[in-house]
Design a protein around this ligand. Structure first.
Ligand SMILES: Nc1ncnc2c1ncn2[C@@H]1O[C@H](COP(=O)(O)OP(=O)(O)OP(=O)(O)O)[C@@H](O)[C@H]1O
Ligand SMILES: [Mg+2]
Length: 258
């Protein structure tokens, strides 16, 4: 049983925070190896996880373009394969791959095709995948072509936020993104309880509510201190809610297979 979880939503709603907590939860449960994919061109999942990276897929693509004339056929494929392996940030229980910046001017078709292939093969050697996406990238699978089991649309705790999440869901559908299930995560909820107007908007959205993540002082404190959000305590309210959600997703995936 394996699960690919993708996180989307408008800017600053907590996608990266939730993605990092999900990765850590899977690792803690021994659901390894996990591949964490930072698909935001302004990469910061590594910071949330408290690790650093040297190379990104975007950088590798640029390199491939530079060497296009020197490398042909199989050697080009091998070159890209090797570079992607080198770009993996290996950690206990999980690896991180950073997609990096989108392509500049030039013809990247060949490199993109090969890279998609490399990423898909790479993904196959992990038990679970967690993909942190860029705000506004509803065509989220175009760069990786990964099939998503659960798309988590994150929203802040406001009526407007839920409406935006609804639009994001509609756009994802329009783009034909291959997503098996999708749902809403409302983040930074005061005291962890949805105000009635927000709850009503969630119900009107028709999107299943996956989780209500409380506004968590320990998350804010990590952020203010320039520390990794992944270092919040084991009993931090936000972490506990994300843990419960991950456990539920695993149960659902297991049930779905039986
Ligand atoms: N549950 C929470 N409680 C308190 N603060 C939170 C919570 N979740 C996220 N934050 C804070 O909200 C801010 C945005 O979070 P984050 O970077 O995870 O959002 P994002 O959706 O990934 O943003 P971007 O669109 O820029 O990638 C950060 O300062 C983070 O510390
Ligand atoms: Mg982010």
């Amino acid at each position: 049983m394996s699960v690919t979880i993708a996180i989307t939503g408008k800017g600053g709603v907590g996608k990266t925070t939730i993605a990092a907590l999900m990765v850590q939860c899977l690792v803690r449960l021994g659901e390894t190896p996990v591949l964490a994919v930072d698909a935001d061109s302004n990469a910061n999942l590594h910071e949330a996880l408290g690790v650093s990276y040297d190379a990104s897929i975007g950088g590798i693509r640029e390199e491939a373009l530079q060497h296009a004339r020197d490398l042909v056929g199989v050697s080009k494929q091998e070159f890209l394969d090797l570079r992607v392996q080198e770009a993996l940030v290996e950690q206990a229980g999980y690896d991180l791959i950073v997609m990096g910046r989108p392509e500049g001017p030039g013809c990247y078709c060949y490199a993109n095709n090969v890279l998609r292939d490399v990423i898909q093969r790479l993904a196959g050697s992990y038990r679970h995948l967690v993909v942190d996406n860029e705000a506004g990238l509803e065509h989220l699978s175009r760069r990786t072509l990964l099939k998503v089991d659960t798309l988590c649309i994150v929203s802040d705790c406001s009526v407007r936020g839920i409406r935006t999440a609804r639009r994001v869901a509609a756009l994802v559908e329009e783009m034909g993104t291959p997503v098996a299930a999708r749902g809403l995560i409302v983040n930074r909820v005061p005291e962890g309880v949805l105000p009635p107007v927000v709850r009503a908007e969630v119900e009107a959205s028709g999107l299943p509510l996956l989780a209500t993540v409380p506004a968590d002082d320990s998350v804010a404190a990590m952020d203010a201190g320039g520390m990794a959000v992944g270092d919040i305590p084991a009993d931090a309210p936000a972490r506990q809610v994300v843990n419960a959600l991950v456990a539920e997703m695993l149960r659902a995936a297991q049930g779905g297979r039986a």
